[in-house]
Design a protein around this ligand. Structure first.
Ligand code: ATP
Ligand code: MG
Length: 738
């Protein structure tokens, strides 16, 4: 039933209410996590409609995810008391796609243009490079694709790129190739993802009459998560919102500089700082009461983020009536297997106590981390979903790798063989594939056998014939490796020799490193099984298990995908140096990235309403070997008064009872030789024989980083200048004198 007109305003505090009721003129809400920014935006939307300042289709509302858009639509509907329809509400891309359909002809497309996926984009770009006579061995197309995407993120069409700004790709040919690529897209009546924003911005820039039409239409603009807008999104907003006096710019942006976590996708935190300049007379509202989390959770998050420099600075205090609560728990575990058990066990206990699974989340730094938790939850029969991503065994690279493994296990597995016979590309065109299928059907033999015959009979062009021949002999060789080298080594060799790993190494899209991580994670999963067949059966069962239709599920996702969301209980596993903060991010961006990693940690902790459980393992499997892990520096940065340590007497010396790992309580550990389970923190318990300190200047060998020389030593940690890997801080127990 419709609510009495002002009910919705009563649910706001005075500052929030001011932000909702200051409807005309530019407004920036700058406030920390959980202070009700999204609630303000949603209520403001409803308020504009309730006070009849605009019709539903005259408000433009931008959210960061489709999920957020759905939630906002629901909330607006519930405040209105009827379903809200015809809203311009969605992500930047969704809104731009809709606009571009209306004006496609202005950029040389028609309104039914298609939106290309990454595969199509790549194929097209390669054609353009081929036509341009570019040596693609020397200049991988993926590199050019990345350059083009960055330009698009910055709102740069080929014509807007000056000669100085041209990338040195292929001898300053990037700009010309970009132009060629855009031309081809136009001929195909297609747009790639980046074009959706870029084209619309071009239309608005070049066609004042179109812009004026939108100015008349959108009386109010609302933007959530403003801190993560990139340049082209910012240009789009500014074009739509900036108008000439006397009409005010009715734009309201909400954001939090401490939650800016997408700079790697071109997001510009400066956009927040520029707001007052772009929109003179802008009102700034600050919200300081956090209604989401208990006091200890808030204190822990605030203490951590205080270590960042260059913050705008905000006050954040508990606003919940029941804000007293449990301290943030930091749990130290022996290894990643035990960590997954701990999380699974706690979730099971919560479920027993009647907690709603949908109010529990596991937030990880890297997508590959979900696997261990997925398997644990499956074992326990706890339904889960992977948000903003696919379940581990459904990811494309894992399906590909699994297909390779299936062919080794079972050469007659036609589905598997077909999936990978031309992945990576081996020059097998439609004709070759048709020949293979016909032969298989006529002779009633498996595809792989048909492929053998085809290669032998020579009914193919020389190049694909050679490539296919190599794959087939490869499969013979890899199968022979099984009894001797074992399935884990075989899998690594196979993925390398078949060119599959290389395919992703060459790929310069932002997803590629994550895919390579997933492939390594797959090898770790393989190592948990005695045989290849056993593993394949396990995965088949895992996938089968998936069909359950329960709706209340635990959420698994990356920290990036968790922005804006909230849960009663949040698990934050894997707080270890290298994993979080993430080494790759640090290598690429140094101190700036460290601050962004810290913001991610802040986002993670502030997702929790009541319970936040952070964990780290002392041993993690890398490349099939166990290696020791140093607890994340973020753990030390948490204010001690607000956290509670578990499984240890001090943060640096977790798990006093460690030796039990060898008493059969941890079957996985027991299967590995103890040699690789040398973590410095347990020297006393684990390494009675090897206690001599390693002095500065010693030449050492490290399993992961190779040879190097010790340049500094303190406690149980060494700074080593590695010949290949550069300077790293490692646990002394993990290096040997060379
Ligand atoms: P984030 O920075 O994480 O996106 P946010 O600032 O958008 O957070 P919201 O998600 O809008 O915060 O609000 C956090 C929680 O606090 C929500 O559950 C919301 O319903 C609740 N909340 C917001 N304002 C109030 C209020 N005045 N009284 C009670 N609860 C509130
Ligand atoms: Mg929000």
């Amino acid at each position: 039933p419709p609510q009495s007109p002002n009910d919705y305003l009563d649910r706001l505090n005075p500052e929030q209410r001011a932000a909702v009721e200051t409807v005309d003129g530019p407004l920036l809400v700058l406030a920390g996590a959980g202070t009700g920014k999204t609630r303000v935006l949603t209520t403001r939307f409803a308020h504009i409609l309730m006070t009849r300042r605009a019709f539903p289709n005259q408000v433009l509302a931008v959210t960061f995810t489709n999920k957020a858009a759905r939630e906002m639509r629901e909330r607006v509907s519930s405040i209105l008391g009827h379903p809200a329809e015809g809203l311009w509400l969605g992500t930047f891309h969704a809104l731009c796609a809709r606009m571009l359909r209306r004006h496609a002809e202005l950029v040389g497309l028609t309104s039914n243009f298609s939106i290309l996926d990454t595969d199509d984009q790549m194929r097209l770009l390669k054609q353009v490079m081929e036509a341009g006579g570019i040596d693609m061995k020397r200049w991988p197309p993926q590199g050019l694709m990345a350059v083009i995407q960055r330009w698009k993120d910055r709102g740069l069409t080929p014509a807007r790129i000056t000669a100085e700004e041209d990338s040195d790709f292929a001898g300053n040919k990037a700009r010309a190739l970009y132009a060629g690529y855009q031309e081809r897209l136009k001929q195909l009546n297609a747009a790639d993802f980046g074009d959706l924003m870029l084209h619309v911005v071009e239309v608005l820039r070049g066609h004042p009459e179109v812009l004026a039409q939108y100015h008349r239409m959108f009386r109010y603009i609302l933007v959530d998560e403003y801190q993560d807008t990139n340049t082209v999104q910012y240009l789009w907003l500014r074009l739509l919102a900036q108008r000439t006096a006397p009409t005010p710019s009715n734009i309201c942006c909400v954001g939090d500089d401490d939650q800016s976590i997408y700079s790697w996708r071109g997001a510009e935190i400066e956009n927040i700082l520029r707001f007052e300049k772009d929109f003179p007379g802008a009102a700034i509202v600050r919200l300081e009461s956090n209604y989401r989390s208990t006091a200890p959770i808030l204190a822990a998050a605030s203490g951590l983020i205080a270590k960042n420099s260059g913050r705008l600075g905000k006050t954040l205090r508990p606003g919940r009536k029941d804000s007293r609560g449990e301290k943030v728990q930091v749990v130290s575990l022996w290894d990643s297997v035990e960590e997954a058990r701990m999380v699974g066990g706690r979730i099971e206990a919560l479920r027993r106590d009647g907690h709603d699974l949908a109010e529990i989340a596991i937030l990880v730094r890297a997508g590959s981390q979900t696997r261990a938790f997925e398997e644990r939850l499956i074992t326990l029969g706890i339904p889960y979903r992977v948000v903003g991503g696919q379940k581990f065994y459904e990811r494309a690279e894992i399906r590909d790798a699994m297909a390779y493994l299936r062919v080794v296990n079972q050469p007659a597995d036609d589905l598997a063989f077909e999936r990978i016979v031309n992945t990576p590309k081996r020059g097998l065109g439609d004709t070759a594939m048709r020949q293979m299928h016909e032969l298989a059907r006529d002779a009633n033999i498996p595809l792989l056998a048909a492929a053998h015959r085809l290669v032998e009979d020579g009914g193919m062009r020389p190049k694909p014939r050679q490539a296919l021949g190599e794959l087939l002999t490869g499969f013979g060789r890899w199968r022979e490796m099984l009894p001797g080298e074992g399935h884990v080594v075989m899998a690594g060799t196979m993925l390398d020799e078949s060119g599959y790993t290389d395919m992703w190494k060459q790929d310069k899209t932002p997803e590629a490193p994550g895919r390579l991580d997933n492939l390594k994670e797959l090898q770790r999963a393989l190592a948990e099984f005695e045989t290849l067949a056993g593993f394949l059966e396990h995965v088949a069962l895992v996938m089968e298990n998936d069909e359950q239709a329960e709706t209340r599920r635990v959420s698994l996702m990356t920290l990036h995908a968790a922005k804006g969301l909230e849960f009663d209980t949040v698990f934050l596993p894997g707080w270890e140096e290298g994993l979080f903060p993430n080494q790759r991010a640090l290598d690429e961006g140094g101190e700036k990235s460290l601050e962004e990693e810290r913001r991610l940690a802040y986002v993670g902790i502030t997702r929790a309403r009541k319970l936040c459980i952070i964990s780290h393992a002392a041993n993690r499997q890398l490349y099939g070997n166990w290696s020791s892990a140093i607890p994340s520096r973020f753990l030390e940065e948490l204010p001690p008064d607000h956290i509670e340590q578990e499984g240890s007497s001090s943060r640096r010396q977790p798990m006093a009872a460690m030796p039990s790992a060898f008493s059969g309580q941890f079957p996985l550990m027991a299967r590995r030789p103890p040699r690789v389970i040398e973590a410095g923190a347990w020297e006393v318990a684990e390494r009675p024989a090897k206690t001599a300190a390693i002095p500065v200047g010693t030449r050492v060998f490290h399993q992961k980083f190779g040879y190097g020389r010790v340049v500094a030593a303190d406690d149980n940690k060494l700074d080593v200048e590695f010949d290949k890997a550069g300077r790293k801080r490692v646990l002394d127990s993990f290096v040997e004198k060379a």
